[in-house]
Design a binder for this molecule. Structure first.
Ligand SMILES: *[C@@H]1O[C@H](CO)[C@@H](O)[C@H](O)[C@H]1NC(C)=O
Ligand SMILES: *[C@@H]1O[C@H](CO)[C@@H](O)[C@H](O)[C@H]1NC(C)=O
Ligand SMILES: *[C@@H]1O[C@H](CO)[C@@H](O)[C@H](O)[C@H]1NC(C)=O
Ligand SMILES: *[C@@H]1O[C@H](CO)[C@@H](O)[C@H](O)[C@H]1NC(C)=O
Ligand SMILES: *[C@@H]1O[C@H](CO)[C@@H](O)[C@H](O)[C@H]1NC(C)=O
Ligand SMILES: *[C@@H]1O[C@H](CO)[C@@H](O)[C@H](O)[C@H]1NC(C)=O
Ligand SMILES: *[C@@H]1O[C@H](CO)[C@@H](O)[C@H](O)[C@H]1NC(C)=O
Ligand SMILES: *[C@@H]1O[C@H](CO)[C@@H](O)[C@H](O)[C@H]1NC(C)=O
Ligand SMILES: [Zn+2]
Length: 452
């Protein structure tokens, strides 16, 4: 028995030593911008399905407010709410520094330095080098560091070229690249253009995205990385349909000289130029299809208040509504709305040695992705707003009992215990009347010839 135990532990030790010495765990994080969670059910996506079948699927990812591209991509790689990582919109104004940020002018480290993304931490903790193909912020010197390999953002660079570079870098032995990020602009761009209800056009676009997934899988297979690399495929937000009938026209409510519009729609960031209360009251009575908040009264659940780049007044349009000054509708789909709306949620799929196989999970917050990635890479996470335990069920090396399972087990144990108790009570009750007989038996025992 003890020798078997020793053998067992020796095996565990050997196994651990083997996997530690074998190679460092590798992780590739991929984002297809604007991939709404339910596209997975609406469209036939064979490559993505194949990917999911051998890994895990999170059907809905609860993203952060505002549900825009730059803020959510930075949340995924930092685990922080937007008020804590400082990328609070795609268009920002910093009143202290008197600087503007936009997606076309994003490379001043000033905007990014409130947080440290995982590709920097990975290099700082010495686990290996990081590589990046156009993930927002990945070409900026954040905390004085860029990924060892990266591409300057250029939307004209094809998906295939981005993948070829990433796979080449992941295959590099000097330095060893253990973490990489890859970004692609679709299906977001087409979602804006056609609107998510245009299933004919969206089908074509999503088939293309699915081919891209197939291309990525084939490249990883051809380079021999497929069996060892962990791959996460996710997105930053979903998409809602917009229409010309759902316009909120600010010019009808107040003069433009009253305020500066820092960010436009569907969450408008308003910097008052006149008395704040006056501007607020004019906006408050403007349109019933948007909420108007003073910065101090932004709901707690948004985690969107404590940053100087959040403007004094924000307007949040209802799903499908567009805020304009006097322009006409320019896009049939948009995102940025309340992060409680299912239409704003993306999905997540992951496969590789670190992940379970054939497991499907209801939902996860995107702040939880960061601690999960740190675990896979063996990194000590920086302070963040996620919860590692929420992601345990996705991981091959973690115990995972879901709430219904836990309740089932508790009820099961309770039932077994109460059955036993009942049996004991019943049998005791049965024994009671036959006591004289029992005593008699005892007495007959006393009469045992051995004792006698
Ligand atoms: C980009 O923003 C910076 C401030 O952050 C500003 O100094 C610079 O002029 C801007 N560049 C362009 C091309 O707008
Ligand atoms: C920043 O943007 C605002 C609003 O678009 C504009 O009024 C201001 O001149 C810009 N400031 C700088 C420094 O570019
Ligand atoms: C940047 O990295 C250094 C260590 O290299 C660290 O001491 C510093 O706190 C980091 N900056 C931020 C903003 O976390
Ligand atoms: C962006 O990429 C395209 C296609 O590869 C290339 O022709 C163009 O020169 C690039 N632009 C910049 C600014 O590098
Ligand atoms: C990967 O690297 C090895 C050597 O380290 C090389 O033989 C192989 O061709 C590379 N594969 C690709 C796809 O670059
Ligand atoms: C502010 O808006 C109100 C309502 O449209 C208008 O009467 C007022 O003149 C505006 N103030 C300025 C300074 O533009
Ligand atoms: C919108 O407002 C601007 C500035 O007040 C004006 O020049 C323009 O003609 C208006 N456009 C429309 C479509 O009303
Ligand atoms: C999010 O995490 C940061 C860093 O630890 C912390 O400062 C902040 O208070 C957290 N936010 C919430 C809502 O817990
Ligand atoms: Zn996006």
């Amino acid at each position: 028995m003890s020798s078997m135990l020793i053998l067992f532990f020796a095996e565990i030790l050997l196994c651990c030593a083997h996997s530690a010495g074998d190679s460092v765990p590798k992780l590739l994080l991929v984002s297809f911008d604007g991939f709404r969670a339910d596209y997975l059910e609406t469209y036939k996506l064979p490559h993505l399905q194949e990917f999911i079948e051998n890994g895990v699927l999170v059907k809905e990812v609860r993203n952060t407010f505002i549900t825009k591209t730059f803020p959510n991509h930075y949340t995924i790689v930092t685990g922080l709410y937007e008020e804590s990582h400082g990328i609070v919109a795609n268009d920002m104004y910093d009143a202290d520094a008197k600087k503007n940020f936009s997606q076309f002018n994003d490379s001043d480290p000033f905007w990014w330095n409130d947080a440290v993304p995982i590709w920097v931490t990975n290099q700082q903790q010495g686990k290996g080098a990081s590589a990046a193909a156009m993930w927002p912020g990945s070409d900026v010197k954040i905390n004085n560091t860029t990924p060892h390999f990266f591409m300057k953002y250029n939307f004209s660079v094809k998906f295939e070229e981005r993948v070829e570079r990433i796979v080449e870098w992941l295959n590099s032995s000097d330095p060893v690249v253990n973490f990489a990020v890859l970004y692609w602009e679709e299906p977001d761009a087409s979602g804006h253009k056609y609107g998510p209800r245009d299933t004919q056009n969206m089908q074509r676009v999503l088939e293309e995205v699915d081919k891209h997934v197939g291309f990525l899988m084939n490249k990883l297979k051809a380079s021999g990385l497929w069996d060892t690399v962990n791959v996460i495929i996710t997105s930053d937000h979903g998409m809602a349909s917009c229409s010309a009938e759902k316009l909120i026209v600010l010019d009808e409510c107040l003069g433009r000289n009253n305020y500066t519009l820092i960010d436009r729609t569907p969450v408008a960031a308003v910097l008052p130029r006149q008395n704040k209360e006056d501007v607020y009251n004019l906006l408050k009575n403007c349109n019933s299809h948007m909420k108007v908040y003073l910065k101090e009264e932004i709901p707690d659940r948004f985690h969107y208040r404590h940053h100087k780049r959040i403007q004094p007044i924000i307007l949040v349009a209802d799903e499908g509504w567009t805020i304009v000054q006097n322009e006409s509708l320019s896009k049939l789909g948009d995102h940025g709305y309340d992060n409680a709306l299912p239409s704003m949620h993306p999905f997540l799929a992951a496969r590789g040695p670190a992940f379970r196989r054939g497991y499907s999970h209801g939902s996860l917050a995107n702040v939880d992705i960061y601690p999960m990635m740190c675990h896979v890479l063996g990194l000590a996470p920086r302070p963040h707003n996620g919860t590692f335990a929420n992601a345990k069920c996705l991981l091959a090396d973690q115990w995972c009992i879901s709430v219904p399972e836990a309740i089932g087990i508790v009820i099961g144990v309770f039932m077994v215990l109460s059955t036993f108790t009942c049996i004991i009570i019943i049998s005791k009750n049965r024994v009671a009347p036959s006591r004289p007989f029992a005593r008699l038996q005892l007495q007959s025992d006393d009469d045992d010839p051995l004792i006698g």
